[in-house]
Write a protein that binds this ligand. Structure first.
Ligand code: G1P
Length: 912
């Protein structure tokens, strides 16, 4: 076993980093992607797959456990008469055999350098006197291409004669074929050699879509640095490898065979490999020579001339690499933090990039994410918008509006999200499932949008509703619906029905308000945020998310009051059927009565059975706000008083759940205290937890969930598999949704603490996450935040996680306190004293109202939050007109808008 304790270190100011001996860490991978849809993962030994979608894998699909599979590795061999074969990527049987032998290490010393979004491995072999530098990236253009440049340098003092061969196995088909007809689908392969490389265009594709004529082609091209063509090819995998050989010791390389093919050949029916032989090279001491390899996925046979001109020379490569770096730098620079901790600021660059990676890859296509087809779930769709609002704000309004087309008239939503914006698909598997938290996230995202933009009229914009066979929150089927009738809700007259965004959000909150379990909290239904709580659909309740909904109801009411005051809109038109849900407008319901709630909800469901009338009633915004406030207050009071548990040891906190036997989940238990972090986060964040309850919750979390080794756990050890709660407890304790440090929830815990003014405690939580991630010898991940940290401290499911959006948001809007207030700009820094640099300065560059701003806080005495107040505020060096706000100040949108659109404007707030 390796005992390596090296860690990565940042170089420069762009987030570039270096790691020694990267190949001595398993499961380490890095993303290379572009907007055109190329998605590659790459390890220090250049393993990892290359694809543009579930059905179009250029190399064999891998998951974390098969990352060492050489059938999904880029290789570049050199053969020398004296030393035999040597792999520039470290993938020869000899190098593998000596990898863990510290003494020999195959003679190789390896260093990794990487940045946004490029990857370089430097491999030095002193015995041969050869260094190979391999740079990989995916150009930022419109092609689905991954490029690799290998530079060989003679580091010895003798002339070296080398025969180079690039070798990239070409899987060239759908991920489905990995197990399903792997061999038969190789018979579909049509393999072509050309002047520059090898191309595979399978004749048909066999996958979930059926057997179809296939057009997609997969190719590997190779050139010398000056654009020189290859010397020949080994296109057929089994001949390249040889009988008894394998990709780590291929016969064609080991025996230094002459190429099996020249250009212009057509072959068929075999597994293929992009194995490209270059002419023998002679390197004098100190001399270097470069080769370019391109891996491309094209919609039809490649246009080789165009690809060659665009990519196949060292000059093009270097130029495109520069453009790629600039592209990602600009993305990551959308938000730039400056604090006393430079390392943390650089680490945040990687976190900032992660929401974009998730937009591009969904929850699939990185080695740990070995599931799904690239789609995102409903919850993630909305959460990813949070960060995109900061990173890529231009298209957010449309995106949000489109997403509301997924809401059903019963307040639930479609769970299969189509490829196009606003496209939602009926679940062909007919698995009716409602995640009870789904209705809560859209409002949170919309509220952020309203605050950032001041665009209150967005609430009154209209959108369609989703319709399929499921009705009454998936508890019943309406067999009168057929796929042919389409996924748009129609009125009883057959017209497409549209309601305001406000109406959509009201339904998302009002239906769960009435759908309560026996303890009068919202039913858990299929699950909540924790996908793993999926076995309590009958009697389970989620107190945690009931609190979240309560906070939303109160915030929505407040927004409605502002809509009325600011725009003079007195009323909103709502579907007449839903008035029954706004009971306070007529006969107020008894919220203490579970049966009264159910009866009321059923009345609504009866009214909408078979469609809506299309008639609307105008409701005064103030009355609407009052109704929502009444509901919010009832929930707040109910949770505060009935769900406050105290253990024998004296800790007190909120119970977050009831299980399928109707039993309270949290509190003392013969097998130890049972507690969840989720159950604490949402009462705090939503304002349901009374101010005086928060210190007790913090103490209880520290006592029962904080682990010295892996930080804040998602839950304590319950023991047993909890068949009355969910599959999560089938996972080993300390992993994934069973007691790992699940970044998303931990970041939301920090966010909630900051929001409620518990700044010191919130900072401790953020610090803990950062230390766990940046502790490379334990976390074994590159900079960035993973989905979770497991029991061993390893970072898991790196890159694609909603926690990145939340961390970015929490840093910007809570820690640095730069946020919108219905269109105006609020500066409310909650930075702690030590976060200011030696000059007492902390700063963040961000975008607001279409202007780039650099917000600088000066806190010369590095005073703590709470001990300081806002002093003077300068805008581009001149006193700015501001209104005081708790701990900071408010600047009008008009003032920000009056600034020129170009350049970065400096806002400097003194803290005294
Ligand atoms: C993932 C899912 C998210 C879900 C969470 C807990 O979190 O993407 O929807 O709520 O697991 O089950 P993420 O990977 O975004 O951190």
């Amino acid at each position: 076993m390796s005992t390596q304790t090296q860690t990565w270190t940042f170089k420069g100011s762009e987030g570039d980093f270096e790691l020694k001996d990267p190949h001595l860490t398993s499961y380490l991978y890095f993303p290379l992607v572009n907007e055109a849809g190329m998605m590659s993962s790459i390890t220090p030994s250049l393993h990892g797959d290359i694809k543009s979608g579930h059905n179009t894998f250029l190399s064999e699909p891998v998951s974390a456990e098969s990352l060492h599979n050489s059938r999904a590795a880029r290789n570049f061999w050199v053969h020398n008469q004296e030393f035999g074969p040597w792999s520039c990527t470290g993938n020869s049987a000899v190098q593998h055999a000596s990898r863990l032998d510290k003494e020999t290490e195959g003679g190789d010393k390896v260093t990794l350098e990487a940045g946004l979004l490029w990857h370089k491995v430097i491999r030095n072999n002193t015995r041969i006197g050869l260094r190979a530098e391999t740079v990989s990236f995916v150009p930022a253009g419109a092609d689905r291409v991954e490029l690799m440049k290998v530079t060989l340098t003679n580091t010895g003092n003798r002339k070296l004669t080398l025969t180079p061969t690039a070798a990239v196995p070409l899987y060239a088909r759908s991920a489905d074929d990995l197990r399903d007809h792997r061999h038969v689908t190789s018979l579909l392969h049509r393999i072509y050699t050309s002047a520059g490389g090898i191309e595979v265009q399978p004749s048909l594709s066999f996958d979930e879509r059926g057997h179809r004529v296939n057009k997609t082609a997969y190719s590997v091209l190779g050139s010398e640095g000056d654009g020189g063509k290859p010397a020949g090819f080994f296109p057929i995998a089994e001949r390249f490898i040889g009988e008894g050989g394998n990709y780590d010791w291929p016969e064609a390389i080991v025996r230094n065979d002459v190429p099996h093919s020249g250009p212009g050949e057509a072959l068929e029916g075999f597994e293929a490999v992009g194995a490209i032989r270059f002419a023998e090279a002679v390197l004098q001491p100190g001399e270097s020579k470069s080769y370019i390899v391109a891996m491309a996925i094209t919609d039809d046979r490649m246009d080789e001339d165009r690809l060659w001109k665009t990519y196949m020379s060292e000059a093009s490569f270097d130029h495109l690499l520069g453009a790629c770096k600039a592209y990602w730098r600009e993305k990551a620079d959308a938000v730039q933090f400056h604090s006393a901790n430079k390392e943390f600021d650089l680490w945040m660059k990687w976190v900032t990039l992660q929401p974009i990676l998730r937009r591009l890859c969904g929850n699939s296509f990185m080695p740990h994410h070995d599931y799904g087809r690239g789609g995102r779930g409903w919850r993630d769709l909305w959460q990813d918008c949070l960060a995109l609002m900061i990173m890529e704000p231009e298209e957010v309004r449309q995106l949000l509006s489109d997403n509301f087309a997924g809401v059903r008239i019963d307040g639930s939503n479609a769970t299969i999200i189509g490829r196009l914006p606003g496209e939602f698909v009926a679940d062909r598997n007919n698995i009716p499932r409602v995640w009870m938290d789904h209705g809560a996230w859209p409002f949170l995202t919309v509220l952020l949008y309203l605050n950032q933009s001041g665009d209150l009229n967005f609430l009154l914009q209209e959108q369609t509703y989703f319709r399929d066979a499921f009705v009454n929150r998936c508890r019943e089927r309406d067999d009168s619906w057929t796929p042919e009738s389409g996924n748009l809700l129609r009125t009883t007259n057959g017209e497409i029905y549209r309601g305001t965004i406000l109406e959509h959000m009201l339904l998302q909150h009002l239906t769960p308000f009435y759908l309560v379990g026996e303890h009068n909290h919202m039913r858990l239904e299929g699950a909540d945020w924790n996908d793993g709580l999926d076995m309590a659909a009958d009697r389970g309740e989620s107190v945690a998310f009931t609190a979240f909904y309560a906070g939303n109801l109160r915030d929505l009411a407040s927004v409605l009051r502002k809509l009325e005051r600011r725009t003079g809109t007195a009323a909103a038109k709502l579907a007449e059927e839903m008035l029954v849900l706004l009971d306070s407008l007529g006969e107020p319901a008894d919220y203490d009565s579970v049966s009264a709630k159910h009866e009321l909800l059923n009345r609504y469901f009866e009214r909408i059975a078979g469609g809506v009338s299309g008639r609307k009633t105008a409701i005064s915004l103030v009355s609407l706000a009052e109704d929502l406030e009444r509901k919010a207050s009832w929930i707040e009071n109910h949770i505060r008083t009935s769900e406050w548990v105290t253990s024998e040891s004296g800790s007190s906190w909120f119970n977050g759940y009831y299980n399928n036997d109707g039993e309270r989940v949290e509190g003392d238990h013969p097998e130890g205290v049972r507690m969840t972090l989720t159950g604490q986060v949402f009462p705090i964040m939503s304002g349901v937890a009374a101010e005086e309850q928060i210190p007790s919750v913090i103490q209880a979390v520290d006592r029962h969930l904080l682990d010295e080794e892996i930080g804040y756990r998602l839950n304590s050890r319950f023991g047993g598999i909890q068949q009355n709660l969910g599959r999560a407890f089938g996972f080993a304790f300390g992993h994934k949704e069973n007691g790992a440090m699940f970044s998303h929830m931990t970041v939301m815990y920090a966010n909630a603490l900051y929001k409620r003014g518990f700044v010191k405690e919130g900072k401790a939580v953020l610090d803990s996450i950062y230390s766990l991630c940046a502790d490379f010898p334990k976390s074994r991940i590159y900079p960035g935040i993973p989905e979770y940290i497991n029991e061993q401290g390893r970072g898991m499911y790196h890159y694609l996680t909603g926690s990145a959006s939340w961390l970015l948001l929490t840093e910007l809007m809570e820690v640095y306190g730069v946020k919108g207030d219905l269109g105006d700009l609020l500066l409310q820094p909650k930075l702690s004293g030590e976060q200011f640099d030696e000059a007492g300065k902390a700063a963040v560059v961000t975008q607001f109202a279409g202007r780039r701003l650099r917000v600088v806080y000066i806190n010369e005495e590095r005073k703590e939050y709470g001990d300081r107040q806002a002093g003077s505020c300068l805008l581009n060096g001149k006193p700015a007109r501001v209104e005081p706000a708790a701990g900071g100040c408010l600047l009008s949108r008009a003032l920000i808008k009056s600034l020129p659109e170009e350049g970065v404007h400096e806002l400097c707030l003194k803290l005294i």
